[in-house]
Design a protein around this ligand. Sequence first.
Ligand code: NAD
Length: 392
Amino acid sequence: MIVGVPKETYPGERRVALVPAVLPNLKKLGLEAVIEAGAGLEAGYTDAHYAEKGARILPDRKSVFAAADIITQVLCYGSNDKTGKADLPLMKRDQVLIGFLRPFGSREVLEEIARAGVTAFSVELMPRTTRAQSMDALSSMATACGYKAVLIAADTLPRFYPMLTTAAGTITPARVLILGVGVAGLQAIATARRLGAIVTAYDVRPVVKEQVQSLGARFLELPIEAKDAQDARGYATAQDESFYAKQRQLLGQAVAENDVVITTAVVPGKQAPVLVTKEMVQGMQPGSVIVDLAAERGGNCELSKTDETIVAYGVTIIGKINLASTVPYHASSLYARNLSAFLEHLVKGGKLVIDPSDEITRDTMLTRGGEIVHARVRETFALPPLAAPVQV
Ligand code: NAD
């Protein structure tokens, strides 16, 4: 069987789905790799690196889609709403497609992908279980985003992060507030601590308190309690507007006291909650920086603009999206390891085994045999449940 890697086409995307280091593992599974010429270049992987590990380099995208039984991408059509559509005519019936597909995005787009006849697996739908941990691409990308958010803030802030004792006097350390302590928030805490900042962090889920403290940060306790803060999968649950209003009121002082605020708060399937209002931005010191990692989902800061940097009341508010693509070497390497683990799960004895009774396979399978097959996605788009698993 052949696994193919086309070059990413989303504007500015620098990642690549597979890196040379995972190819020997794929070979053991009985998978041969074909790579579109130049696919890894922007991430730091040359065609020669791939060829050394046994890959065949093909001259163009069309040849990769034509040759491969399995196509691996970072941003497939679905999450690539700019240039992804061009892949539709290249897809083949029963070809497997694996990547970010934005499963709760557009029903029309998902139906187009389904009609192409591909069996598409969406990495966003990977269950958050111990068994699937090595395949969890969302965590890998969140790690890259949390890290990079701190560096971008450091680069923008007109202050040092660490405390410095110099002949010209002592510099006090920068104060960094992290709102939302999932995978990205934890990495942001660790990175800001390494740079010497004083870090405070807050999350609606009280269970993260110990994790925050173990990274050397202070956990901000607010005198409000979220109702059933966390669902069975470990995600935050949506709260009512009165909770969010109270939360904003209580967060005001903490936001004003910090030089950098990094926000990562999201609730699956919902608009991101607004945690930092215009008034709170006004209350910050000029020169302060907000990095809003939820900007793509509506933003945690009322003033954030998706993929833009603005200055309001002397505060720089960065809503840059796709930060993982700015650390392409390691983001690709982590992603490739996630895909390699997922392929190990799907391929047995050199053959694809698509077993819908398996949790990982069932939870990630988005389209098959011309249909959208994922139960939760069907429900979201008001499609009737499928009577029986689609057979092909
Ligand atoms: P996420 O990206 O869904 O959300 C980021 C954070 O925002 C979460 O911690 C959430 O609680 C927080 N948040 C939401 N609304 C908020 C509000 N109003 N105020 C403050 N904070 C708010 O989170 P994630 O990084 O995907 O992690 C979600 C969960 O999944 C965590 O419990 C994490 O430990 C768990 N997880 C498990 C695995 C695994 O077992 N394989 C892998 C990764 C993550």
